[in-house]
Write a new protein. Structure first.
Length: 234
């Protein structure tokens, strides 16, 4: 099974592949290029790895688990790993052109907190007001962040964050669970509402399905590059 967690403007996709319970290691980070070809990456002597996000400059976020089952977060450029130690135990996902990274960590009580890590290592914590837990997943080159939070009503709600201000976004027919995972530079948001995939732009949400038609195609045209034109391997 393959779990996809990031894609950049060139159509390069990253994530984690599950090779099954009898494989060693079972979980392996992968990069799939738009022009074809997939590579897997697991550091020697470790128990597994996963990639979270990929920038258009070719930087990749991820984690690996060492032989003592400790998880290590990193930013990868080529074969060079830059360890990310703050926040402790962070899971890294989105990354933009400024090497700002977003993700989630859990405190000692098991509560989820989103964060944004700047290229200089400074971190801001993202906690939606009144939420029981907050998770950050996507960031674009303008610094707009998307994710979701657990409300006191027992539901999951999507949020958009920029420059200190947060706003709730609930997808249609999804009052119990809205999860936002990515945002393009033209502010097209992708996410999931109660097991249905959506794209959202300019106040309009469209379900992603075989019946989506020209309306969804118009939203896709607002992404940084059409998939068919993505050829560079970055």
């Amino acid at each position: 099974m393959i779990a996809v967690s990031g894609v950049n403007d060139y159509g390069t996709v990253v994530g984690r592949a599950d090779f099954g319970p009898n494989a060693t290691p079972r979980f392996r980070a992968f990069i799939h290029y738009s022009g074809g070809g997939t590579t897997y990456w697991v550091p020697s002597g470790t128990n597994g790895s996963a990639f979270g996000g990929r920038s258009s400059a070719g930087l990749t976020t991820g984690t690996y688990t060492d032989s003592s089952n400790r998880t290590h977060a990193f930013i990868r450029k080529g074969t060079t790993l830059v360890p990310v130690v703050r926040p402790y135990g962070a899971g890294l996902v989105g990354i933009n052109r400024d090497i700002s990274v977003v993700g989630t960590y859990f405190d000692s009580n098991g509560n989820a907190h989103g964060f944004k890590r700047y290229s200089d290592g400074n971190v801001i914590h993202l906690n939606y007001p009144g939420a029981l837990g907050t998770r950050a997943f996507g960031i674009n080159d303008h610094g707009v962040i998307v994710g979701f939070y657990n409300g006191t009503d027992g539901a999951e709600h999507g949020f958009i964050y920029h420059n200190g201000a947060s706003a709730k976004l609930q997808l249609p027919n999804a009052p119990l669970s809205t999860e936002l995972y990515g945002i393009s530079n033209s502010n097209v948001i992708v996410g999931q509402g109660q097991a249905h995939a959506y794209m959202y732009a300019n106040g309009t949400a469209k379900e992603i399905s075989v019946h989506c038609g020209q309306e969804c195609a118009a939203l896709l045209d607002r992404l940084p590059l059409p998939i068919g034109q993505m050829r560079n391997r970055r």
